[in-house]
Design a protein around this ligand. Structure first.
Ligand code: NAP
Length: 296
């Protein structure tokens, strides 16, 4: 039985991938990489009973050999705080392991538009990771997910009558449900040779910001409209909840790209890999309607 390792498997994308592997690819054994095994088990909850949990940190090479040993494919979920060179070295070390046949990298971002420093660094990371894996003759697959629908679940994001975004109502962009990212990742890990050298830009259908409000109104039964914040207003809100300045700059840069229309398209990648359409925003919102109720 093949064993796959999910580094970042305690996080949002990684744990959803673990669930998808267990549900949709039961012939595969799952190993979860976490920086601290006992904390990792706590984060996984019941899932921990169905997987092997190992300690691995992108920043600590000593943890790598044992984590990779006997594994056939490795998924690296790029940590939210960057990763940079350590992610590239981690990918290379995984590929250098005899048992490992494939590395799957999920960057967490979607655009290949190199007009901002953040996106240039992301493209560099992708290329360097690809070369680090290819050097060992192993398969490499890249996932570039668009805006996560789960971002709408952040506390206070959707209020009683409005939701606030640093985007104008007519801005068009596409989104992806984390469960769809996870199902694609699981399918790649279960049959990596089929997906060698493929880049999957993962989106559901694109919608205008105001159309998101229409869907949310329908699902909640309340009239929910968009409050478009200026860049300065949004930055002030992030600062108020304690977000560090570099993170504020990174998020502002991402929203700037969305505002410029960089995510105003959709792809068929989910259909190509899974043979079904990506979850629509309407479907996702219905499935999460309980999260949008307002406490009186
Ligand atoms: N496009 C979007 O709208 C969007 C939305 C949210 C996130 N993202 C991006 O998508 C990616 C995944 O997001 P997520 O929400 O799944 O993140 P998350 O829930 O914060 O999970 C991050 C994972 O990375 C692991 N990790 C952190 N630092 C590590 C290190 N040095 N070495 C090894 N593992 C490390 C953590 O594991 P342990 O703590 O157990 O070690 C955790 O499992 C990130 O790059 C994030 O920036 C994109």
């Amino acid at each position: 039985m093949a064993t796959v390792l999910v580094i970042g498997g305690t996080g949002q994308v990684g744990s959803a991938t673990v669930r998808a592997l267990l549900k949709e690819h039961s012939s595969v054994k799952v190993r979860v990489g976490t920086r601290n095994a006992s904390d990792g088990k706590k984060k996984l909850g019941k899932l921990a009973d169905s997987v092997q949990v190992v300690q691995v940190s992108a920043d600590d090479e000593k943890t790598w050999p044992a984590a990779f040993h006997g594994v056939s494919a490795v998924m690296i979920v790029r940590p939210g705080d960057g990763g940079g060179n350590s992610v590239v070295r981690l990918a290379g070390a995984a590929a250098a392991t005899p048992s490992v046949q494939a590395v799957l990298l999920s960057t967490g971002f979607a655009t290949a538009d190199p007009s901002t420093p953040l996106m240039r660094s992301m493209l560099q990371l992708e290329q360097d990771a690809f070369r680090a894996v290819e050097r060992h003759g192993k398969a490499f697959t890249l996932l570039r997910p668009h805006f996560f629908m789960e971002n709408f679940l952040a506390p206070g994001f959707i209020g009683e009558k409005s939701f606030e975004l640093p985007l104008q109502p007519d801005v068009n962009f596409s989104h992806i449900a984390v469960a769809d990212i996870a199902s694609v990742a699981a399918a790649v890990l279960a049959a990596p040779a089929v997906h060698n050298r493929r880049t999957y830009t993962l989106t559901g259908p694109d919608l205008k910001v105001k159309e998101l409000g229409t869907v949310l109104s329908k699902v909640t039964g309340r009239k929910i409209s968009v409050e478009s914040l200026s860049d300065a207003e949004q930055r002030a809100r992030w600062a108020k909840v304690g977000m560090p300045a570099p993170a504020i700059d990174a998020f502002a840069s991402i929203y700037g790209q969305v505002a410029s229309g960089a995510l105003a398209y959709h792809t068929n990648a989910v259909r190509d890999v899974l043979g079904r359409d990506a979850t629509s925003f309407q479907q996702w919102a219905q499935d999460h309607a309980h999260a949008f109720s307002v406490k009186k």
